[in-house]
Structure formats: C-alpha cells, structure tokens
Design a binder for this molecule. Structure first.
Ligand SMILES: [Zn+2]
Length: 175
C-alpha cells in the first residue's frame, strides 16, 4: 500500500505498545510489530489500487499519487501541532513500518542495479503470502481498478481515527 498507510499503521502500533507496555518493551515491540505490519498491509494491498507501472496520462492515477504523499504532510503538521515531541518518537514506528520498502527499494535496488533481473527479496515473500496463504488468497485483485482507492481510503480513515482517539492515552513519561 501507500507509504501513508504504512506510516499510520506504525504510529497506531506504537501508541498501543506505549500504552500497554513499559520501557524497554514498548520500544522493542513497536519495532517488531511495525516491521511485521508491512507484511500484512502489503498482503492486503491486493484489493487496493496499485498499478505496477506509472500512468501519468490517467487523471485518477495522478491525483491519487499527489494526494497520498500530501497526506503525509498533513499528518506531520497535525502531529507537530498536537505535540512535536511525538513526531520524533513516532519516527520509530513510521520507519519500522516502512523498513521492508526501504530495504527492498533503496538497498537491494541500489546493490542489484546492474543485474538484468532484479528481485525484491522481502516483497517476494509478501507475494508468496498473497498468492499461497489464506485468507490472503481469497482477497480479490483490484490493483488495476479504481474501487481499490475506496478500500485504501477507508483503511487510512479508520487508522487515522484510531490515532485521534488513542493519542491522549499515550504516556508522555514513557522511559
Ligand atoms: Zn511494501
């Protein structure tokens, strides 16, 4: 899914870890669960709008790819207004929730640039989950369909609302 969806997931995981766990388990489990969340979110991404190739001629594609990065800016501004210390703290959840993409797109792509057939190792295992392991195999493939946008927008809304309603319960003296 989009980076904003992974970022929001990482933040919500961090909020719950910090509410229910004490130091250092709050940090350790934020990292573990946020990292693993990428597998589940990407396996669910089968039913969201994700064309493998860019479609600059398609207005819907263009708007979606402007809107989702813009939401990261909106999230950042909102968190800074709420409590700017939290932004620094949430970098942990946000980065670990995106680590699979960071490793595959940045590290492996850079290392294997010269190879004719480039493999993205961590996403290969996500593809395996999507294609072989129920209930992910039952999920319809809407990667090329606009209705997939509604699914991801719904997921973003639900996670964002969860953050909104749980943020105040997060202890600020967490160490
Ligand atoms: Zn990914």
């Amino acid at each position: 899914m989009e980076a904003i969806t992974h970022i929001l997931t990482g933040i919500v995981i961090q909020i719950f870890c910090f509410i229910y766990l004490i130091f250092p388990f709050n940090l350790i489990f934020t990292m573990i669960f946020a990292f693993l969340s990428h597998y589940i979110i990407d396996a669910l991404a089968k039913m969201t709008y994700h064309t493998p190739e860019a479609h600059p001629e398609d207005k819907v594609w263009v708007i979606w790819h402007i809107l989702t990065p813009a939401l990261i800016v909106v999230l950042l501004v909102w968190l800074i207004i709420m409590n700017w210390i939290l932004v620094l703290l949430f970098l942990i959840g946000a980065i670990f929730a995106n680590l699979v993409d960071i490793i595959d797109w940045l590290v492996f792509r850079a290392i294997l640039k010269k190879d004719r057939e480039v493999h993205y190792f961590l996403h290969d295992s996500i593809d395996f989950i999507r294609e072989k392991i129920p209930p992910f195999t039952w999920i319809p493939n809407w990667n090329q369909e606009y209705k997939g946008i509604i699914i991801e927008a719904f997921i973003i809304t639900i996670i964002w609302l969860t953050i909104l309603f749980t943020l105040n319960f997060m202890p600020t003296n967490f160490l």
